[in-house]
Write a protein that binds this ligand. Sequence first.
Ligand SMILES: Cc1ncc(COP(=O)(O)O)c(C=O)c1O
Length: 363
Amino acid sequence: MAVIEYENLGKVNQPFFDEYRKAFDTVLKSGWYILGNAVKDFEQQYASYCETRHCIGVANGLDALILSLKAFGFKAGAEIIVPSNTYIATILAIVHNQLKPVLVEPDITTYNIDAAKIEEKITPKTKGILVVHLYGKMCEMDKVTAIADKYQLKVIEDCAQSHGATYKNKKSGNWGHFGAHSFYPTKNLGAIADAGALTCNDEELKNKIAFLRNYGSTVKYYNEMVGYNSRLDEIQAAFLTVKLKQLDGINEHKRKLASLYTTGLKADFIRPVIHPEYFDVYHIYNVRHPKRNELKAYLLKNEIKTEIHYPVAPNKQKAMKGILDGIETPIAEEIHQTTLSLPISYFHTEQDIATVIEVMNKF
Ligand SMILES: Cc1ncc(COP(=O)(O)O)c(C=O)c1O
């Protein structure tokens, strides 16, 4: 039996190689390598895909989050509500803005922020809610935005894992003041280097990001604010435009593989919930099991590679000493101790998934 890899980016991108080569050639010959037509084209097409008015390309997903918070000019020490169950980047963006992350536990069935627990964490210092659509499933954005409206808070969606996902028929990245997107190579819409973007519907916010990503300037050598260098690369933008045409196909493929797992795996494995109001894009397909580590070792022995997203809760990370001390997040930790991510890449076949299911059901 051949090894079933967890991910293989060469295989994921192989169907796009010819078009990438043409796109690369066009940028190369254009002689315009920073903020040119390829970035403009991608921004237009991705905004249209997300059904937002604007998209602004930036260097990566972490920068998208950092710049979105920066655009609001919150005073140091302001509090931002954020899920306890997320990748560290979401928390880092808050910390890098000298703001205070206030953790809210997830709903154990969706793994996303529990909207019913947000209000109890709001204080006079709260300025924003930064939600994460983890694993490709969206948060309950109607409830989140209703709370934000009530307390006049800004909402940022971390869409790194949710390209193309919807909740109540509205796209990820089109609910909050900003949607922050990562195009890290493993993402559903992955570049072949670091890349990111912000989506939004507000012209003023869009303009702020356009300044911030480019040294506080839109006219060369005239600097209107203290900015950064966080520009989406022309070549990556050209590649992303090629892949964007197939994003719905990528998502459909992953949804098909997910449905095989969901119907084929025995009940011992806690599988992702399915609900008609959610269109999930399965950036990750996770199961939970009390003997997760044994299960992972058993699968590896049977030549099936898996991952853990994530092994350590953000508040237990060494980097968060002095920042999230003394905060207990038992639900997030329960997830981190029991979750296992199964192979579900664009290159995997239905036969691969059938093999994984067969082996898992003998565990
Ligand atoms: C939920 C989440 N937020 C933010 C990021 C950061 O994106 P990037 O690696 O492009 O900086 C990632 C992925 O890496 C992520 O999974």
